[in-house]
Write a protein that binds this ligand. Structure first.
Ligand code: PEP
Ligand code: CO
Length: 400
């Protein structure tokens, strides 16, 4: 089931195409005010940074670099401090370093950070200890706290998101500027990325590059559209088509080759390396059947896309107690098969898109987490289960 909220009254992409998965602000009287404040607020990222991120992705599209895109499923406002940001950046940099060692190629690093605050949901409600509540939709929209008041969609949260993202980006820039002590050689970045989901937020942060005159999303370097909002004629794809950022698109098992070609035409009409990244998340069982034709068709159509494997989202299962988890064996199988399929079609497997924590959480089964009975020890994710760093290293070593 898709959640469709009312569309906001202003924005550059009118008339509006269908926009699934929007918050229901319930006609909050402050929405126009909040949008106005965001429209006047400082850009979170600069046009120069966006251009540099796009160049790094272009190297991967040309076959001479790899990409690691990784971080939390849902980022919390509470994690916006400098120490948390530095810890996350260090954990990601260490994984990127591993990828560099394994492949010998430069690695462009993108953190799911400084904006990964909004979540699409398959169900609009969830039951917590016998009580049905609106689902948590990410800190941009409501609070994870399980009571009806906290779960209301509150547009003021978009202003908090701007402050939190600014703090995270400030800490990342400071961390990086410190001689990048934790950034091993052979890695480029880090840049930030998130799913461009909430249109009130993204549209309010559209800015114009004063040098080129191009419109860019100043909310992040590298936005992507999710599997639930990637309709080729929908509002999310239309928004990403209108900006100069590098853009990504999740490709799940329901995307047939025709859909993918249409998405490539809309998002990469000029066939430019670095412009479009296809993030494949089909699931270990479906991928061998579905991916070969998709890769062939995209190559035949001449789109020089970056191919990334997200081996997490198609392999989510529920334990008997109702907890979401993923088995490292399934994740490894999907990623391995992805590499084989992309290579045998003559394309370059660009790298990995992962949900990974910076500490030893117990959210996925495999490696240090022997079985489902151990998931309770340290299950901290606000949304989907993440790999712990050791599991992520095992994955990289198994795949590349
Ligand atoms: C995600 O990346 O957290 C996500 C919701 O992915 P998808 O759109 O692939 O389901
Ligand atoms: Co997720």
């Amino acid at each position: 089931m898709q959640i469709t909220g009312p569309r906001a009254p202003a924005g550059p992409a009118a008339p509006y195409a269908a926009a699934p998965q929007q918050p229901d602000w319930a006609n909050h009287p402050d929405l126009p005010l909040v949008r106005g404040e965001l429209a006047a607020a400082r850009a979170l990222v600069t046009a120069e940074e966006v251009a540099a991120a796009r160049r790094a992705l272009a190297s991967a599209a040309r076959g001479s670099a790899r990409v690691l895109q990784a971080g939390d499923c849902a980022e919390s406002f509470a994690d916006d401090g400098a120490a948390r940001t530095a810890a996350k950046a260090a954990a990601l940099a260490s994984l990127a370093g591993r990828l560099h060692e394994r492949t010998g190629e430069d690695v462009a690093l993108f953190g799911r950070m400084a904006g990964q605050y909004a979540k699409p949901r398959s169900r609009p409600v969830e039951t917590v200890e016998g009580v049905e509540l609106p689902a948590y939709r990410g800190d941009l929209i409501n609070s994870a706290t399980a009571d009806a008041r906290s779960r209301r969609h509150d547009p003021h949260r978009m202003l908090r998101a701007h402050r939190a993202a600014s703090r995270v980006l400030g800490a990342l820039r400071a961390h990086h500027g410190d001689g990048a002590a934790d950034t091993p050689g052979g890695t480029d970045g880090p840049w930030v990325c998130h799913e461009a989901l909430v249109l009130d937020w993204e549209e309010s942060l559209l800015r114009t590059d004063p040098v080129t005159g191009g419109s860019f999303l100043s909310s992040t370097h590298f936005p992507w559209v999710g599997a639930r909002t990637r309709q080729p004629e929908g509002a999310h794809v239309r928004l990403l088509a209108s900006v100069v950022n590098p853009v990504g698109c999740k490709i799940g098992p329901s995307a047939d080759p025709e859909d993918v070609i249409r998405l490539c035409e809309v998002l990469d009409p000029e066939r430019e390396p670095g412009r479009l990244t296809l993030i494949v998340r089909m699931g270990a069982a479906a991928l061998p059947e579905l991916l070969p034709e998709v890769v062939r068709r995209v190559r035949r159509a001449g789109h020089p896309v970056v191919w990334l494997s997200d081996p997490m989202h198609g392999n989510t299962v529920r334990t008997l107690s109702g907890r979401k988890t993923r088995y490292l064996d399934d994740v490894i199988e999907e990623a391995r098969c992805f590499m084989r399929v992309v290579e045998s079609a003559g394309a370059h497997p660009g790298g990995l898109h992962l949900e990974v924590a910076d500490r030893e959480v117990t959210e996925c089964v495999g490696g240090p987490v022997a079985d489902e009975s151990q998931l309770g020890a340290r299950y901290e994710s606000l949304c989907d289960p993440r790999l712990c760093p050791e599991q992520a290293r095992m994955l990289i070593d198994a795949v590349l």
